[in-house]
Design a protein around this ligand. Structure first.
Ligand code: ZN
Ligand code: ZN
Length: 366
């Protein structure tokens, strides 16, 4: 889908919401609608704000990015502002909106105040209105090109996972292993890691998002590895749990329960079911195996330009799954003070069912 088509679809959404414009500050959303690839290094250091009106779309940026914006954001008018005051009033009067939405989960309070002040200065009665996930909900359904980009990103991550597996027994520390993941990703051609790699061994594997430590990875312990690459702007996200040595029965039982939950939840994914329904399948399996209370997060999440995005597969998710959605299925069991197991695959909702995008699917059975 081209950028013009995305803008048109957004405009229909805005009209349905009673809005006649949207301030797009979140970089991934800005890119999704305009093609402008500049990143924000920090929440308070923006490389541009996209103002979408019902007829016009203006990408406002400063001189550092002017050339790039003109080259990339071909469906938008590029407005280059200087250090002086008054540019917001100029952009907003070009946009000519009365009820201008903003991304309530992203726009900083400081920028909100500046835009409010500009609207007030203009005296045209325009107002700001909070919005929630308008573009994220459009992004949840991927086009063919996006799905190809995600497949390539995940294939790269799987190559890294397979290479890493062979290195884990050599007395590496968790930090060494996490660093190795980033090196292997670069070697395989990734832009970078999509998020800091998780390598959690021994008792630390019971913390779902443990940061790596300088302790060596011991033999006869489990290791949770959760990694993802960014390639051509699209993320991937997968996790495997390895046991170094011969696993004891308790580990095998937990592993089998997590794997069974993953297979069942994957089988429940199809168009028309809600995120909550898929999540309850995961929970049902883990409860029946006696581990229900040790599953402390949601079953999965969308993956795309962001590593965590819409939709969520969790107990409160009423989102109805639709063809083109890409989500993770990642049950886990975390036994405090003992160990944890998480298995994470990415799946695509197809026209009639589901396709698992991972190929290392049955590689690590215990
Ligand atoms: Zn993950
Ligand atoms: Zn995940």
């Amino acid at each position: 889908m081209g950028f013009r088509q995305r803008l048109d679809i957004l405009r229909e959404v805005l009209a349905a919401e009673g809005l006649d414009g949207l301030v797009v500050s979140r970089p991934e959303n800005r890119y999704y609608l305009s093609g402008y690839t500049a990143e924000d290094y920090d929440l308070v250091e923006s490389s541009g704000i996209l103002f979408v009106g019902l007829r016009r779309a203006l990408l406002a940026t400063d001189g550092r990015y002017a050339e790039q914006a003109l080259e990339e954001a071909q469906r938008c008018e590029v407005y280059v502002y200087g250090p002086g005051e008054g540019w917001l009033e100029e952009v907003l009067s070009n946009l000519d909106t009365k009820r201008l939405g903003f991304e309530a989960l992203h726009l900083t309070y400081g920028r909100f105040l500046k835009i409010s002040q500009a609207l007030e200065n203009m005296g045209s009665g325009g107002e700001l209105a909070p919005t929630d996930n308008l573009i994220e909900n459009l992004r949840a359904i991927k086009g063919a090109g996006e799905i190809e980009a995600i497949r390539a990103s995940l294939a790269l991550t799987e190559r890294v996972m397979a290479r890493l597996r062979g290195e884990l027994s050599g007395g590496l520390t968790e930090t060494d292993a996490a660093r190795l993941v980033e090196t292997l990703m670069r070697e395989e051609g990734a832009t970078r890691a999509a998020f800091p790699p998780i390598v959690a061994s021994g008792t630390r594997s019971s913390q779902p998002h443990a940061g790596p430590t300088d302790s060596p990875i011991q033999e006869a312990t489990p290791v949770v590895v959760d990694i993802g690459a960014k390639l051509n702007r699209y993320c991937s996200d997968m996790a495997r749990t390895f046991y170094l040595g011969t696993p004891p029965d308790r580990f095998k039982r937990v592993y089998a329960a997590v794997r069974e939950a993953q297979v069942a939840a994957t089988g429940a994914v199809r168009p028309g079911v809600t995120g909550r329904e898929v999540d309850s399948v995961t929970r049902g399996v883990l409860e029946s195996r006696g581990f229900g209370e040790y599953f402390s997060h949601s079953t999965g999440h969308g993956v795309g330009l962001n590593v965590h995005e819409q939709p969520t597969l969790g107990p409160k998710s009423e989102t109805v799954l639709a063809p083109g959605m890409v989500v993770t299925v990642e049950p886990g069991v975390y036994l405090p003070g003992e160990f944890g197991v998480r298995l994470e695959n990415m799946v695509l909702v197809t026209e009639d069912r589901v396709e698992t995008l991972n190929h290392l699917e049955d590689f690590y059975e215990y």
